[in-house]
Design a protein around this ligand. Structure first.
Ligand SMILES: [Zn+2]
Ligand SMILES: [Zn+2]
Length: 366
């Protein structure tokens, strides 16, 4: 690979080397306050990237008022991941062309390419057709225009504040360099590890996976299989027990009027969409197979997806009925809903194992 973006390469390689060179000074002047400073700035950087750059600007999965936008546009400079405009442009390309040559950080080009090397290689200009909406947002445009100065000012301010409480070496390494290193690698792991190692809970045909460990370090972004399947949901971890602090923050902000129109897709609809998408894909991929297994598989795919569709429809209707039911009728309806939910869950599990079998059996490349 030939390096095209020398500026980015210089910055990334430079701070890695600086970190190695200065680490002994950090250890020598270590204080717990430097760790606290690192954790605070790491969290601010991380959450502004996930809630701001990713779910707000790239995917428009909710709306936010100008104050909220300013906060995330400023704090995101702690992550030094380019302007929101540039980031959203590349990320929208990633979703539209995932796993193809047009995907800026395609995992097909290898783990390290998706993780970091693409930064030195991908240099297509921002496409107004892709980010036309953001070009009309004056706050996003201001951040893009003055990105370098803002980044410098915010990081210098962190260093300055740090110096009040700790040795300058601890403030520089802990508060700035180590934090930039940590947050950048965590974000990059979404492009590399979350397209490599984990479970395909929802969509079988994409390389994206769900990885709970990664979700812990990335403020909920580890549920990447769901995210690629349903990208405009403001949540990535859709189950109540899944660690997704970004979703909790967006939801809490909506309660105090900072955000609104949160888009969330109902679980039954999500599964219905995925079953029909996966079915189409599998039937297409095995259309040239004429052995006995393929014939049986075709039959099974049709049969199971039809059963799923029917049960999902019945459950949706029953839930509608429940909303309008009288107190007396509710008791009975709740029992019926629970039964249907159980049956649908069994069908969903069968669908998942049938999909996994199909993918393995016919080495379906995704
Ligand atoms: Zn992805
Ligand atoms: Zn995304």
């Amino acid at each position: 690979m030939r390096i095209k973006n020398w500026g980015i390469f210089g910055f990334v390689a430079g701070y890695h080397l600086l970190l190695i060179a200065l680490f002994p000074f950090y250890i020598a002047h270590f204080s717990w306050s430097s760790l606290v400073l690192m954790l605070i700035t790491f969290s601010l950087a991380g959450i502004s990237i996930t809630a701001g750059y990713h779910r707000l600007f790239s995917h428009k999965s909710y709306e936010a008022n100008p104050f909220y936008e300013w906060v995330v546009l400023i704090t995101s400079t702690l992550a030094i991941q380019a302007s929101a405009l540039r980031w959203s442009n590349d990320h929208r390309l990633h979703h539209s062309f995932v796993d193809t040559d047009k995907d800026p950080y395609s995992i097909k080009k290898g783990f390290w390419y998706a993780h970091i090397l693409w930064l030195f290689d991908f240099n297509e200009p921002i496409n107004p057709r892709i980010v036309g909406d953001l070009l009309k947002n004056p706050r996003v445009m201001f951040q893009d225009k003055y990105y370098g100065w803002l980044t410098l000012a915010v990081n210098a301010a962190v260093f300055g504040i740090g110096c009040l409480f700790m040795h300058p070496w601890a403030a520089l390494v802990g508060g700035v360099i180590l934090r930039v290193f940590a947050i950048q690698h965590c974000t990059w792991l979404i492009n590399s590890l979350a397209h490599t190692w984990g479970a395909k809970t929802y969509s079988q045909e994409l390389s994206a996976v769900d990885n709970a460990v990664l979700a812990f370090f990335t403020f909920g972004e580890g549920y990447h299989n769901y995210h690629h399947a349903i990208a405009n949901d403001y949540r990535n971890g859709v189950r109540w027990y899944q660690f997704d602090p970004t979703k909790w923050l967006i939801w809490t902000a909506s309660k105090i009027g900072l955000t609104k129109n949160l888009r969330s897709i109902n679980k039954i609809r999500v599964q219905q969409t995925l079953v029909s998408k996966d079915k189409e894909l599998f039937l297409k991929r095995i259309s040239k197979e004429f052995d006995e297994t393929a014939a049986q598989l075709r039959h099974k795919l049709e049969e199971l997806s039809a059963a799923f569709e029917e049960k999902a429809g019945a459950l949706t209707n029953k839930l509608k009925e429940l909303k309008e039911a009288t107190a007396e009728r509710r008791k009975l309806l709740i029992l019926e809903v629970r039964q249907l939910q159980k049956e649908l869950h069994i069908l969903w599990k069968s669908w998942i194992s049938l999909s996994q079998f199909t993918v393995k059996k016919y080495s379906i490349a995704y």
